[in-house]
Write a new protein. Structure first.
Length: 403
């Protein structure tokens, strides 16, 4: 039996519900033309909020629309050539397997991890990849030479976590998955359950990217149950990691049309954030960011996924989320705001928000599928002259999107 497309699946479920295309469109609150184009496979992708609205109208979980392996967006900004060395390290052929090089010291390995992590945090992904190719080669040599050394195992785990996060940002989930798998192996050998959960954190983002929402939710809750902190504990790192897992569970549930469960997970995340010293988790020892503001940003995102852009923008105002300096989390929040603005046809505001992201992190922006979709929506909604006057045409050119 041939694999069903997204449109095939929507049409199949709609017919089983005895609904016309017009009735589905009316219940979902979207254009009937969108439904027709999807079912006729003239349109093969859709924004998650559109899929979520269709799923609600069909009374199914969003994952039911995606069971046939449908990708939300088939575009790929990755450059395979610059990833060749990582392919050779993470997925070597027999001809490429070589004897171990001279292993670096733990101090040298730690410095290399820090350099790669800083590049990743600053969204300089090409620079990070250059560090990571050298880093992983040395990490493998060190792990082989000092197999029983506790500190080596921890540093090698960090090396693979950084590699995984960078590869995930570049949407190279195949290589990212292998990096996560290796990080889990070394974390387990180090006997650090919180570090192990941190590795699982990266795994969950891959699952969410692949629209495997239920699996991501279950993985996050399982890991969270293993490291759940005691109420009397003052272990900020444990609370922070546990809280991040609650956020991931909430993100997955929200995308799978499970708003009640998503809200419950966010409530637990807020509890955890209140127990992190200073309201913000420091970079060490698990190289993660967590705070009340991040929980608030996810709440905004969940409102948008639920098809409520007005509420999302209202939350942005009422929660008074403060900008934070770490990785691309703030930029991701701004893209969520821009998506809500586009949904409300506040095109000028959306363009201004996207340009703010561009100014802060251009390399990160051009690698985001959501950003590309929003730019296309703005180009379709406004004239060419407007696009040129506002800088949108230049951004579209940078993203290789035709104006």
């Amino acid at each position: 039996m041939p694999e069903l497309t997204l449109g095939d699946r929507i049409g199949q479920i709609r017919r089983r519900r005895s609904m016309t295309q017009e009735e589905l469109a009316e219940r979902a609150g979207i254009s009937a033309d969108v439904i027709r184009k999807l079912e006729q496979n003239r349109r093969t992708t859709a924004a998650i909020r559109t899929l979520h609205a269709i799923a609600r109208a069909l009374e199914v979980e969003t994952s039911e629309l995606l069971k046939q392996g449908v990708d939300l967006d088939n575009e790929d900004n990755g450059d395979a050539a610059r990833l060749l060395e990582l392919h050779r390290i993470l997925t070597p052929s027999l001809a490429e397997i070589q004897s171990a090089e001279e292993p670096p010291t733990n101090d040298k390995l730690r410095a290399d991890v820090l350099a790669a992590t800083r590049a990743y945090q600053n969204a300089r992904y090409r620079n990070a990849l250059g560090h990571i190719a050298v880093l992983l080669s040395g990490a493998e040599a060190a792990a082989s030479a000092r197999a029983d050394d506790y500190e080596t195992r921890r540093i090698v785990t960090y090396a693979y976590i950084t590699a995984a996060r960078t590869l995930i940002q570049l949407r190279r989930e195949d290589l990212g998955y292998e990096a996560v798998r290796r990080s889990l192996t070394f974390a387990e050998k180090a006997g650090d359950e919180v570090l192990y959960a941190t590795c699982g954190d990266a795994m969950n983002w891959i699952l969410i990217r692949q629209a495997r929402f239920y699996e991501a939710e279950q993985t996050a809750t399982k890991l969270a149950s293993v490291i759940e902190p005691r109420i009397s504990s003052r272990d900020g790192a444990r609370f922070g990691t546990w809280g991040r897992l609650q956020i991931q569970a909430s993100t997955a549930a929200a995308r799978n049309n499970r708003p009640t469960q998503a809200a419950e997970y966010l409530s637990l995340a807020r509890t955890a954030a209140a127990r992190v010293d200073g309201g913000q988790m420091s970079l060490e020892p698990y190289q993660q960011m967590f705070s009340q503001d991040i929980v608030s940003a996810i709440e905004v995102e969940s409102a948008l996924v639920a098809g409520e852009p007005d509420r999302a923008l209202g939350l942005v105002e009422s929660l008074q989320i403060q900008r934070w300096e770490w990785g691309s989390t703030w930029e991701r929040h701004l893209l969520t705001v821009a998506e809500a603005q586009v949904a409300n046809k506040n095109y000028a505001d959306a363009n201004q928000t996207i340009m703010e992201v561009r100014e802060q992190s251009s390399e990160w922006l051009v690698n985001q599928r959501l950003a590309r979709r929003l730019v296309r929506d703005l180009l379709d909604s406004r004239g060419v002259r407007w696009a040129r006057n506002t800088g949108l045409a230049d951004l579209a050119s940078e993203m290789k999107i035709a104006v």
